[in-house]
Every structure is written in C-alpha cells, then in structure tokens.
Ligand binder design. Structure first.
Ligand code: NDP
Length: 337
C-alpha cells in the first residue's frame, strides 16, 4: 500500500520535498469493515491550507500523516452488510492505494457508475460549491452580469454554466488563450479575459458594459482589484477561495486597499459572504446531485477533467494546480479503472 505522507510544511509553493512516499503492508479487514482500492484521487486547492499549520476552518494534516483528499474507490473486500465487492464509493481516503473504512461517510455510487470520477468534480464537492455559492449567496437574476475567475476549473466552470442556465451574462477570467477559448466555445461563456494580459483591467471593463452584479470570488489578488470599481449597486460577492494567495508568504506589497474595499461595499450596498461548502450547505447535497445529474444527462453542462496517470505524480500535479498549470478538474489515476 503506497502512501504519500506530509513530510514538512511548505514555505511558499509546495515541492516534492514536502511529501514522502512510503510503502506499508495492506491493513487487515475486521468485521464491519471494508477494504477500499482507490482508483481516483482528487487534487484540490484547499489541500494547500491543510499542509500549513496556520489557523483555519479545518485542522492541518500532522507531519508524518497520510495527506488528506477525496477519492473514488472500489470495494476490494467487504465485511460490511451495506457494501458488496466491486461497488464504487466516494470516500475521503487520502493519498494512498488502499484504505480501511467502517462505511461511515461513504457515498455509494453503485456497481456501475457511468463516470465514477465525476463524483470528485462536477457531481461532487467542487460542482456543489459552484452551484450553492452562486445560487444561494450570488442570487443571480436573469439579465445580470456574473464574473468568475479560475473559469475553466471545476468550481468556475460550474458557476459560469449555471449562471448561463439562469439567463445571466457570464464573463470568465482564466489563464491563457486556450482556457479562454474553452470557456467561450465549450462552456458557453459570453466573454473570457486572460488575467495575464497587460491591459487585463481594461479588457474586463469592456466585457462588462453594464457593470458586475455577482462576482464569484475564487482567486483574489489583481482580479479582485479589477472587479472592485465595476461592481453595481446591490452586487453580491460569494467568497469561495483566494487561490492566488495560497502560496503567498506575506501580504502583498502596495497600498492598503482595505478602506477602498469597505467604502465600495458601503456606497454600492454590496454584500460579501464567505462560505465553506459542506459546513454551510451539507444538507443540500442530495438536491444538488439530482439537479446536476439531470443537467448533465440533458447535455446542458459540459465537464472537463485532467486525469494524470500515476500516483507518483501527485506532488508535482498538486503544485501545478496551484499555479494554473492544470486544465480542468485535476484528478490522479491511482489504480486501474
Ligand atoms: P481550479 O481547478 O480552478 O484550480 C485553481 C485555478 O486557480 C488554477 O487553474 C488557475 O486557473 C487559478 N489561479 C491560480 N493562481 C491564480 C492567480 N494568481 N490569478 C488568477 N487565477 C489563478 O480549482 P477549483 O475549481 O477546485 O477551486 C476554485 C476555488 O474554489 C479555489 O479558490 C478553492 O480554494 C475554492 N473552493 C472553495 C470551497 C469552499 O467551500 N469555500 C470548496 C471548493 C473550492 P487559471 O490558469 O485559469 O488562472
């Protein structure tokens, strides 16, 4: 059983040296337990926070512990009445080949799910995050303008496509021409701006002639700086993530813009609200799963994943994700599917 352990806490971007690959014997399966063979491991930006011991909404991974993470697995052995060998499950088993479970916290995907890995993306935590954050906090109304960055990732792509289904104008922000083209052609966004462009702020303004009603905050940094002057009266800002800052070791240089932010919220009567998906909306998962499943079956939602072959690649793939060197939902293929 191969496992990636957290070896040290990163300063800045995580590197391979922060992880340690070990091999352990397969654990025994007691009565009431299952042995899970992990097929897909999800890599997500929040894992950067778990590698750090700074205070957050969840406890850090202890040094020497298996890295945490969402996984899709097949039941390899079952001493549990509710699960049969061969069943697919969504579990939270972390960066390893096999895991023991007592069944609690598992979501049974059945014997033959069409796309098992979708449970880590569009039909799982990131899709749920985009859906609830947009609909509950963003409150989009037909004809309004939504802006979302990390537009081709699993959260941003969900926000934009659900926004389109609600009749909004959707403007994406993404890194590079290929991602922007994907947002326009496959995801149906009305515009997509490359945040690396010199004149990014001007381009964003031109793409939002009626201002911004909902800014779904995924990245922070200079994208938010460019959004702030474009906010309309009564704008809503679901604060989902700040991935541009996760590898930062100190506050950015430059003038303190806190008073500008607060003055804008005041003058525009704007509402900014953070949320942590399962803590705040866990009871809505079934409703989301059903609705998103329908939209997928009807071809109304497009989904792109980047499946990286090889468990050994996980640390580099994770570092890539934080720097935008992923294209679509980042998943590691751990075992044979
Ligand atoms: P993605 O797959 O979209 O990966 C992160 C993306 O962030 C990169 O691909 C990159 O896209 C973009 N990015 C990185 N650095 C920068 C930068 N400096 N400026 C602009 N964009 C940058 O991730 P997810 O869809 O999984 O997650 C999106 C956000 O949602 C994250 O902030 C995450 O932490 C948050 N989240 C929050 C949850 C909650 O409960 N609050 C739950 C799940 C996710 P590009 O190349 O296009 O710039």
């Amino acid at each position: 059983n191969r496992q990636w352990l957290l070896a040290s806490r990163p300063h800045g971007a995580p590197t391979r040296e922060n992880f340690k690959l070990v091999e352990q014997p397969l654990p025994d399966v007691a009565q009431g337990q299952l042995l899970l063979r992990i097929v897909y491991l999800s890599l997500d930006p929040y894992m950067r926070g778990r590698m750090s011991d700074a205070e957050s909404y969840a406890a850090p991974v202890a040094l020497g512990d298996v890295m945490v993470g969402g996984t899709v697995a097949q039941v390899a052995k079952s001493n549990h009445p509710d699960f049969a060998v061969g069943d697919w499950v969504l579990s939270y088993s972390g960066w390893q080949d096999y895991a023991i479970s007592d069944g609690s916290g598992l979501f049974n995907l059945g014997a033959d799910p069409e796309h098992p890995s979708y449970a880590l993306g569009i039909l799982g935590m990131p899709g749920f995050t985009g859906y609830m954050g947009l609909l509950d906090i963003g409150q989009p109304q037909a004809g309004e303008t939504i802006v979302v960055a990390a537009a081709t990732g699993p959260v941003g792509a969900t926000v934009g496509q659900v926004g389109k289904l609600k009749g909004c104008r959707v403007v994406g922000v993404a890194g590079g021409p290929d991602k922007c083209q994907h947002a326009l052609e496959n995801l149906g966004f009305d515009a997509c701006i490359d945040h690396r462009a010199e004149d990014f702020a001007e381009q964003l303004k031109a793409a939002c002639p009626d201002g911004i009603d909902v800014y779904f905050e995924n990245v922070g940094g200079k994208v938010f700086d460019a959004v702030l002057p474009l906010l309309n009266t009564s704008a809503r800002i679901p604060v989902c993530g700040l991935v541009s800052q996760y590898n930062a070791t100190q506050l950015p240089d430059g003038p303190d813009r806190l008073s500008l932010l607060v003055a804008t919220l005041l003058k525009k009567r704007a509402r900014m609200q953070g949320f942590i998906i399962f803590d705040d909306y866990g009871s809505h998962f079934g409703e989301f799963y059903q609705q998103m499943g329908e939209w997928l079956a009807q071809g109304k939602i497009h989904y792109k994943e980047q499946i990286v072959e090889g468990f050994e690649q996980a640390p580099e793939a994770f570092a890539d994700l934080l720097e935008g060197r992923n294209f679509g939902k980042m998943v590691i293929q751990v075992g044979e599917s």
